[in-house]
Design a binder for this molecule. Structure first.
Ligand code: MLT
Length: 266
């Protein structure tokens, strides 16, 4: 069921299914909660699955300017408050959702039971990458999401996914093209300014599952292995044959790993 919730001064759309320990699924950029459809349908059998559209994406209100990872994290905490979720949650973030997970850990760690970090990184953008993002933000605001979709789409999924599950490319393309340009631009500016968490990874002593597509060209297995090794209670798992979006490219394998982790948490 998708509901509308007033939180942090905006109206947010959130999928809310199942009961049990809450699992908050935080989508990547520039996507929406729709990327988690194959997780919601399976994991709701044992857990309460909350999958919000982040500020500026999907059915959630758009705000202009810049939205930082900290703002997204605070939005999620406000959403949990507004929904009366008091018990510690498992936060699962993909890519930008992982950057937000790290900001959430920094600001709201008492609300966390465990972390699942998929295809993400702890580092900030290098100065030239940050400039490229800001330029792209201005362009998207003028021209719509098409230039960003052209730049990103081919890098998101593996050749095997293109061959064996061509619908994933179409789903990603329509999700990205459906984004509000102002929302995408604001998030891109926030991404360009995000913090480097590398030195704090050793303090994240929560149980963590670190997942990466073996052919992820954006956040590579080598980078994610280093990230997991720096976290005291993290397990690294690679999902073969897929790129940057394992929940959509290999939902069965992704769900198996997540299910195993959730079962171990109890
Ligand atoms: C994402 O999937 O969220 C993006 O690839 C994040 C990024 O551009 O750094």
């Amino acid at each position: 069921m998708v509901t509308s919730v007033d939180a942090a001064g905006i109206r947010m759309a959130v999928t809310d299914e199942g009961s049990g320990v809450p699992v908050l699924l935080v989508h990547g950029f520039p996507l929406s909660a729709g990327m988690w459809s194959k997780q919601v349908s399976v994991l709701q059998r044992t857990h309460r699955i909350l999958a919000p559209d982040l500020r500026g994406f999907g059915g959630t209100e758009v705000t202009d300017g810049e939205v930082t990872m900290e703002q997204f994290a605070d939005d999620l905490a406000a959403l949990l408050d507004a929904m009366g979720v008091e018990e510690p949650i498992v936060l699962c973030g993909l890519s930008m959702g992982g950057y937000i997970a790290l900001a959430f850990w920094h600001r709201h760690r008492e609300r966390l039971k465990a972390l699942i970090l998929s295809d993400t990184r702890a580092t900030a953008d290098a100065p030239d990458a940050a400039k490229g993002r800001r330029d792209m933000a201005d362009r998207v605001q003028r021209e719509g999401p098409a230039p960003l979709v052209d730049q990103m789409l081919s890098k998101l999924i593996s050749p095997a996914t293109v061959r064996d599950r061509p619908q994933v490319r179409d789903e990603l393309s329509s999700m990205m093209m459906g984004c509000a340009p102002v929302g995408v631009a604001a998030a891109a500016r926030g991404l360009a300014r995000r913090k480097d968490w590398t030195d704090q990874l050793g303090e994240i002593d929560l149980p963590a599952l670190v997942l990466c597509g073996a052919e992820d060209a954006i956040t590579t297995p080598a980078e994610m292995q280093r990230m997991a090794a720096a976290m005291p209670d993290a397990r690294y798992v690679e999902i073969p044959g897929v790129g940057h979006v394992p929940p959509m490219e290999a939902p069965e394998a992704f769900n198996t790993e997540v299910r195993r982790f959730l079962d171990q948490l109890g």
